[in-house]
Write a protein that binds this ligand. Structure first.
Ligand SMILES: Cc1ncc(COP(=O)(O)O)c(C=O)c1O
Length: 384
């Protein structure tokens, strides 16, 4: 058995990142400035988008909704299989989140159910590329087009994922990425919003006090002190400290992604041999970002439940997580909208049998073997 505890998802930070951050700290400009501009530019070039760096994916989602003018009286269709911030931002603009159930294989929003949920009040669809597996975007954009709806993609898990050969966030689509500490690339906290150049520039103003000119454009030699407040905006800007970390992580992203895919292949190779385990899918038309490795347990084949399975892994020094506790089970949403667990049966039933295994570019082959050995041992010990 493993001697030390294997953390679920620590960041992969090397000397390059440390040096880049120190260099920024030693410079005369540490908040939004040249590094943030460079980070936006490099991200935009790589993913084929106009890009706005902000301090979280949540901030990017919130800014996008405000930028689209979504507010009280409006409805936004989204998934219960997500992190709370997807839905919280809809509440924060005063709109109503309308949940629809997910597909049984990918656990992504089910486009057939989206169509049924459209009403005269619907303004937007917010699909989430759950675990980094792109949503069926053709189907989602087709519904959006027919009903004149906006699409805001929650791409927190999907940096470098592709749908039918194009990057998520490319081509003027509105997508919000996360660089939170556990993500495929990190700035500790941070996010990026993509969209058309016009939309991104509008969101830039919303994201920073509604000011016509940011601080870099006021305090630098070429800048001017004068600005105007055009609307009551937020304080969502990314700092140059974060951006300097992000620039190095972006350089390393491809190698991180290769390592993630390698680990997934090793997990799948072993776990596919056990009927108590169901391995994650990756459909032919997508390039999976593999942010998370979500293993589904076939509970009928086991004498223990998911929570006990997690405890058994912990005893064997393997850290795990669960993505996600479906939104409709959280007290705020359950009570406000009167949801019952079975209202979204696919999300609810899968919630009871999923767990996320360690998956990050810093895992050694030995770490991966330890995870596999622990899972297999538990399956053998508790099979029915
Ligand atoms: C699906 C999803 N959306 C949004 C977020 C929010 O990201 P951030 O922490 O960058 O605001 C997360 C964070 O984990 C997430 O998993």
């Amino acid at each position: 058995m493993r001697k030390d505890f294997l953390e679920f998802s620590p960041p992969v930070i090397g000397d390059d990142e440390v040096n880049a951050v120190v260099e920024t700290l030693r410079s005369s400009w540490i908040t939004t400035g040249p590094k943030t501009k460079e980070f936006e530019k490099k991200f935009a070039e790589k993913f084929g988008a106009a890009a706005l760096a902000v301090n979280s994916c949540t901030a990017a989602l919130h800014t996008a909704l405000v930028g689209l003018g979504i507010g009280p009286g409006d409805e936004v269709i989204t998934t219960p299989m997500t992190f709370c911030s997807t839905v919280n931002v809809i509440e924060q603009v005063g709109a109503r989140p309308v949940l629809v159930d997910v597909e049984p294989d990918t656990l992504n929003i089910d486009p057939d159910k989206v169509e049924d949920a459209v009403t005269a009040k619907t303004k937007a669809i917010m699909p989430v590329h759950y675990t980094g597996h792109p949503v069926d975007l053709d189907a989602v954009y087709d519904i959006a087009k027919r009903h004149n709806l906006f699409v805001v993609e929650d791409a927190a898990h999907a940096v470098s994922a592709q749908y039918k050969g194009r990057y998520i966030g490319s081509g003027g689509t509105i997508a919000a990425f996360s660089f939170y500490a556990t993500k495929n690339m990190t700035t500790a906290e941070g996010g990026m919003l993509t969209g058309t150049p016009d939309f991104v520039e509008k969101c830039r103003i919303i994201s920073l006090h509604g000011m016509s000119r940011d601080a870099w454009n006021r305090y630098s030699k070429e800048g001017s002190w004068y600005y105007e407040v055009l609307l009551p905006g937020f304080k969502y800007n990314m700092t140059d400290i974060q951006a300097s970390l992000g620039l190095v992580q972006l350089e390393k992203l491809e190698s991180f992604q290769l390592r993630r895919a390698e680990i997934v292949a090793k997990y799948n190779q072993e776990f596919k041999n056990y009927d108590a385990l169901e391995i994650p899918v990756a459909k032919a038309e997508v390039e999976h970002a593999w942010h998370l490795y979500v293993l589904k347990l076939n509970l009928q084949a086991l004498r223990i439940n998911r929570n006990q399975f997690i405890e058994e892994l912990k005893v064997r020094n393997i850290g795990t997580s669960v993505h996600f506790i479906p939104i409709h089970l959280h007290p705020y949403y359950r009570d406000k909208y009167g949801y019952k667990p079975e209202d979204f049966p696919v999300a609810f039933n899968n919630y009871q049998r999923i767990l996320s295994l360690p998956l990050h570019a810093g895992l050694s082959d030995n770490d991966v073997q330890d995870v596999i050995a622990a899972v297999v041992e538990i399956v053998k010990k508790y099979r029915r």
